[in-house]
Design a protein around this ligand. Structure first.
Ligand code: SAH
Length: 222
């Protein structure tokens, strides 16, 4: 289901890639090509249509959002993926980030805690033919020990601290990207594993919905 030049969505994506990504410093050509290819409009609610390509996060229901294209690109670039990599994503949401990752590595495992989103993302990924993405329902703050180790881990929800299980499930040299900080303002943290040492680098400020679970924020009763 890759882009067909001549369709409007293709040109909207081209504008997105040039104006929102390349012009703002995304340099990795593989990441740019993947974002040119994935039909972001198929991962948002139907009434959104080509607004999917605007420079912002978009509501996908259940109080959750699909991240702004720039944030998807920046996080993906930090992972420095190789075609042979096995990747874990926490926070499937719409499935869009998983689709982008799937073009850059061997296999993606993605975990979502809300059943309705999990089902919808699974269907969208299947319909678009991203067959190397494996969806799971559960508390992703625990990681996916049965599939570890991972060459890269990406968390697309904000955590108060880097979740320990996700660090432990990294392969040697593996990279983990996670927004860390208080509930309404965070910074992207990149963790790189060297044996039992975990090097940390701080990157862009950001705002994500909370990672709720054992190694995330506590759920507040509504
Ligand atoms: N990557 C997504 C956007 C994610 S929004 C996309 O491309 O559309 C963050 C998602 O994280 C939400 O769907 C939320 O339900 C999920 N989430 C929050 N806490 C979680 C947890 N402990 N385990 C798995 N998913 C979680």
């Amino acid at each position: 289901m890759s882009a067909v030049p001549g369709d409007i969505a293709f040109y909207r994506r081209r504008l997105m890639v040039e104006e929102q990504l390349r012009a703002r410093g995304i340099r990795d050509e593989r990441v740019l090509a993947a974002m040119q290819e994935v039909p972001r409009d198929r991962f948002v609610p139907e009434n959104i249509g080509l607004e999917a390509y605007e420079d912002r996060a978009i509501s996908i229901g259940e109080d959750q959002t699909i991240s702004q294209p720039y944030m998807v690109a920046a996080m993906t670039e930090l992972l420095e993926l190789k075609k042979s990599d096995k990747v874990l994503e926490i926070g499937t949401g719409s499935g869009y980030q998983a689709a982008v990752l799937s073009l850059l590595c061997r296999e993606v495992f993605t975990v979502e805690r809300i059943n309705s989103l999990y089902l919808r993302a699974r269907k969208a990924l299947e319909l678009c033919g991203y067959l190397n993405v494996h969806t799971r329902l559960g508390d992703g703050s625990l990681g996916l020990p049965e599939e570890a180790p991972f060459d890269a881990v990406i968390v697309t929800a904000a955590a108060p601290e880097v979740p320990r299980p996700l660090m432990e499930q990294l392969a040697e040299g593996g990279r983990l990207v996670v927004p860390v900080g208080p509930r309404y303002t965070q910074s992207l943290v990149l963790v790189i594993r060297h044996g039992d040492d975990f090097e940390r680098k701080l990157s862009t400020p950001c705002v994500f919905v909370p990672l709720l679970g054992r190694h995330g924020f506590q759920e507040t009763p509504s």
